[in-house]
Write a protein that binds this ligand. Structure first.
Ligand code: LER
Ligand code: MN
Length: 267
């Protein structure tokens, strides 16, 4: 299995991010630790010097399997299902820009917290139709770029907490370039059996996040990663497992432990 780790291209408040500081140094460190790729959390692609980034990735021999987009929600309040149409349109434009960046980098675009929240005033049907329409527009921007909807636990959003609910939405949308991101931290909270959920998602799994039950590096909590890896093998998953972990006890130890533990497990 190919391994990557999430880093941010700019300072951010989201906790499960390593290396929030200098991008050049961070990418060099990820490479020296033996990762195959680096997942980038990007708030706004227009703030990136893409040719410089591409040169750096070439130099360090790293690919970018996925781009995280949640900072636009966390830092700017953009969401694909906001009640305010102007905010929804801004969020759609931002994801379209992420799709264009992803095309250049060969990455999947993650639809995580940018999906927004349902709240008490609106029904699930209302909010899900807004999301489906927004995702259709984003997916049509470039059908060679995959969008991966992440099932996120109930403490972070009330919209699409389980793999089954995200899968239902993906099937309703019915576009080949829209699938799922499975995150072991969220699955450990929401799924009766993470391996059964992985099997149910099958070839709709476009990307995987790994963190242990406490969101520390794999091996620091009680998730059975052997079972997770077996289930991913069974569905023929050939993508990346990307460590989205707390920088604890410190960023370098966390990223080292994650890659060592996963290499031991997957060979
Ligand atoms: C992001 O991938 C994630 O897992 C969420 O908890 C926050 O966006
Ligand atoms: Mn995640």
């Amino acid at each position: 299995m190919q391994l990557s780790i999430v880093i941010s291209t700019q300072p951010a408040s989201f906790a499960a991010l390593l290396y929030k500081g200098n991008l050049d140094e961070n990418i060099a460190r990820v490479s020296s630790l033996g990762y195959d790729g680096v997942e980038l959390a990007v708030r706004d692609p227009s703030l990136l010097d893409v040719p410089a980034l591409e040169a750096l990735l070439r130099k360090e021999n790293l690919v970018v399997p996925a781009i995280g987009t949640g900072q636009a929600f966390g830092e700017e309040g953009l969401s694909l299902t906001d009640p305010d149409e102007q905010i929804r349109l801004k969020a759609i434009d931002r994801i379209k820009a992420q799709v264009r960046l992803a095309r250049r980098l060969g990455a999947v675009v993650i639809i995580g917290l940018i999906r927004g929240k349902q709240g008490r005033e609106r029904s699930a049907d209302q909010v899900e139709s807004l999301l489906i329409e927004a995702l259709r527009t984003c997916a049509l921007e470039d059908q060679t770029v995959k969008l991966a909807i992440e099932a996120i636990n109930r403490y972070e959003t009330d919209l699409l907490n389980t793999v089954a609910s995200a899968l239902r939405l993906v099937e309703e949308l019915g576009m080949d370039n829209v699938g799922l991101l499975l995150d072991t931290f969220h699955m450990n909270i929401e799924e009766p059996s993470p391996s059964t959920s992985i099997m149910a998602a099958g070839d709709r799994v476009f990307h995987v996040h790994i963190a242990d039950s406490n969101r520390w590096y794999p091996g620091a909590g009680h998730i059975n990663f052997g079972e997770i890896v077996d289930a991913l093998d069974k569905i023929g998953y050939e993508g990346f497992a990307s460590a989205e972990i707390m920088p604890l006890p410190d960023p370098v130890t966390a990223s080292k432990k994650a890659v060592e533990y996963m290499r031991d497990l997957t060979g």
